[in-house]
Design a binder for this molecule. Sequence first.
Ligand code: F3S
Length: 388
Amino acid sequence: MYLTQREERALEGEYGEALEIAYRVLVATGRLANAKRLVPIKWAHVSGVSYLTIGEYGLDFLRKISKSRGTKFKVFTTVNPCGMDLENWDALGIPADYAEKQLKIIACYEKLGIANSFTCVPFQSYRVPRHGTHIAWAESSAAIYANSILGLKTNRESAVSALASALTGKTVYSDLHLERNRKPSKGIRVSLKRSLTGSVDYGVLGYFAGKQVNGVIGFSGIRQIKDIAETKALCAAIGTVGSSGMFVLGRTGETIDFTEKEYEETLADLSDSETGEAVVFGCPQMTMEELYNLSKAVNGKHFRKRCIVFCSSKVYELAKSRGYAKIIEGSGATFVRDACADFTPLISSLKVGSVITDSAKGAHYMKRVHGVKIALKDTKEILSECAT
Ligand code: F3S
């Protein structure tokens, strides 16, 4: 792989240990992908923020990188949600030893120079660069959204490779960064007797498609998706299983049918309970549009079960200024800001055996991480069952 003289010197450690490690990661990734060179990026989005996912080993690694003299992120860098609400963690029952580790992780990222983000929907709160811009995003749901909806170019980065990109301002010029690779490799033809509607339908489709196709997915038989909740659900579910980093709409050569049979089988795989003891919204974290819709739907109602709504602080503050947060809180729901809905000790601390959620990705992870049963239902259904 071609490296400039400056990149070679960084690889040899001339500019410090952190950059040396970062270039080693990029060069190793590039060689595996048969990349010819690196490409500059405008935005890095780093995952690996929750202590529940990176643990002690990850914290040690971040400490080492952030302590390396003069090391700063070279490009605009946002980070994924962490494992707790940064202001209310104590009141929400997060153990103090967990919080201490979580705050140390955040201190490392802050030292390196992050935008105050803690979100898995970074495109919601920051200006999106122009079509075709190269970025390096680690959160799979956001990376798929960036490629498929925003026309940005990113591979599905790992926590470590996105960190390397943030430190160098570059990524490996391979796969979805190259126009020729952004064409569908296999198609999913939606052949249902009804139209898909709502985040559960799109989540189920995405989960099925992600399992079947590892390259770019070509969907046919569905209309242009305009609703952000549906689009987010589709991208997040594709990213939950398999390695696809993008979808397009349109017919393609080899095609797999998605009929009632595939829909029902996939739904049964995700949803193993009739109902749940608590409600979780916000995997991926909720956007302003979704909070507006939720506030309209719960206005004057009250949740009969514990209901938790995950979003970033930025989105929460905006929702508060517009009065949506007050309505949602008035219905008895609790906001948890800046945290991931799945990789947080909060779900286990609820001490429930089952959860109701509208998220296929949430269903997949909450089952595995917290051992709860899942009822996967659309918001409308959840509200009619749980709020009066
Ligand atoms: Fe976001 Fe966590 Fe779900 S990062 S997409 S809320 S698993």
